[in-house]
Design a protein around this ligand. Structure first.
Ligand code: SAM
Ligand code: SF4
Length: 441
């Protein structure tokens, strides 16, 4: 049975920043097809750009599908994109009959054809990992926001035993130098003043520059630093084993490279790190942090921690707390281990009881929360530049980001402005900034 082609769309992205980037590119593709963006309550097509990293994230999509199927304004065409689509392609149409279209993270450039199939009543499932890059087939970038994401690397060859990324996103691939530079220029022309380079292992990026020289992420950052109009560069997520001396040195001498590093260690016990197949130990991680701090003393260190990996004893967990105390984080993410089908850890003996995980997560998050507040308070009285990204909740209030990625609220200013502020007070989640008197005058 054929149906009316959708005229409007809505993209809802779950999970990581790479999904946010993919969601933005899907939206640009739909716009290039002549469709207009609309709210989830009225759009003809709703794309759920999903995350499969933990069970909770993956399950969210099914409750959303249920809600959309019963939508008051009528059921839209429902597309499941992203990593759940990749991992559960065959099960989705069986489990959720309301789904019209399934597209994996490496195939979304083929959405227009899939939509046409769904309109014609044909099966519309594409989870191929084609050799040709989807990026070549997507329309050019149309930035707009002052801070933009740019995916430079995808996939992962590291196979940590708990993680689905190598299966859902495929092997590690770096986008070519020229493609990245062209996209960065387009973003800056469109008004971006900050670019965050993205990759599952972004610091594994490698490519040939226009002179044919092999360059790492540090080379790319140095070239981007020379782009007129680009004021700030960030990158995430990094793996400790790909943290080169060149990249560390860039933190010392590239002015536009912001003093922030997201460098996950995951756990504080060498025995657990080995079982996780992390290929680094705690001592090497801490040495790395020391070298980064030597290059850029004020750098804000972020990270990821997993509690309750199979076999994690109380003593192992105490070692995780000890690492957190040694590092002193500006912020960090922490998760309960979530068994993922098909990964080696899911079938390991000695899975940890949920209440033990809950208790460990609470203790870890309390410690990380204290560190975040201490880091924020230490910036009180400091003057720094913030990039204003959006309006705040109060009338006239704006929200910007400090160099250390803290949210700073100020009165006045325009979105896209880089303004100097003095940090007047600090809470756990945000800071209050004031224009220094000479700047306000
Ligand atoms: N490539 C990055 C690295 O290795 O540091 C991380 C990318 S991963 C998408 C983001 C984070 O999700 C990981 O650092 C890890 O802490 C967490 N994660 C991945 N698989 C998980 C699982 N099965 N259970 C709980 N957390 C998980
Ligand atoms: Fe997953 Fe990161 Fe490990 Fe790759 S390095 S398998 S993305 S946690």
């Amino acid at each position: 049975m054929s149906r009316t082609p959708p005229k409007s769309f809505h993209v809802k992205s779950f999970g990581c920043q790479m999904n946010v980037y993919d969601g933005a590119r899907m939206a640009e593709l739909m716009q290039a097809e002549g469709m207009i963006e609309a709210g989830a309550d009225e759009a003809d097509l709703v794309l759920l750009n999903t995350c499969h990293i933990r069970e909770k994230a993956a399950e969210k999509v099914y409750s959303d599908i249920g809600r959309l199927a019963r939508r008051e304004s009528g059921k839209p065409m429902i597309a499941v994109a992203g990593c759940v689509a990749q991992a559960e392609a065959a099960e989705i149409p069986k489990r959720a009959k309301a789904v019209d279209l399934v597209v994996g993270p490496q195939a979304y450039h083929r959405l227009p054809g899939l939509i046409a199939d769904a309109v014609a009543g044909r099966q519309a499932v594409d989870t191929d990992m084609p050799a040709a890059s989807k990026f070549d087939a997507l329309p050019g970038r149309r930035a707009g926001a002052p801070s933009a994401f740019l995916t430079v690397q995808e996939g992962c060859d590291k196979f940590c035993t708990y993680c689905v990324v190598p299966y859902t996103r495929g092997a590690e691939v770096s986008r070519p130098w020229s493609a990245v530079m062209d996209e960065a220029r387009a973003l800056v022309d469109g008004g971006a003043r900050e670019i965050t380079l993205l990759g599952q292992n972004v610091n594994a990026w490698e490519g040939e520059d226009e002179k044919g020289r092999t360059r790492g992420l540090d080379g790319l950052i140095r070239a981007l630093d020379a782009l007129p109009g680009l004021k700030r560069i960030r990158y995430t997520t990094s793996h400790p084993n790909d943290m080169t001396q060149g990249l560390i040195a860039a933190h010392a001498d590239v002015e536009s490279l912001m003093p922030f590093l997201h460098l996950p260690v995951q756990a504080g016990s060498d025995r657990i790190l080995k079982a996780m197949n992390r290929a680094h130990d705690v001592a090497s991680y801490l040495r790395l942090i020391e070298r980064v701090r030597a290059a850029r003393p004020d750098i804000a260190i972020s990270g990821d921690y997993i509690v309750g990996f199979p076999g994690e004893s109380d003593a192992d967990f105490e070692q995780t707390l000890a690492v957190v105390r040694k590092v002193g984080h500006a912020q960090a993410f922490s998760f309960k281990y979530s068994p993922r089908a098909g990964t080696p850890a899911a079938t390991m003996a000695d899975q940890i009881a949920p209440q033990v995980m809950d208790e460990r997560l609470q203790r870890l998050q309390a410690l990380l929360g204290e560190q975040q507040l201490a880091f924020n308070r230490a910036t009180i009285g400091r003057t720094c530049e913030i990039l204003i990204e959006r309006s705040g909740k109060l009338p006239g209030q704006k929200l910007g980001k400090s160099p250390w990625l803290q949210s700073v609220l100020i009165d006045g200013g325009e979105i896209g402005d880089l303004v100097e502020v003095e940090i007047a007070s600090a809470g756990p989640q945000s800071l209050i900034g004031e224009r220094p008197r000479r700047a306000a005058a």
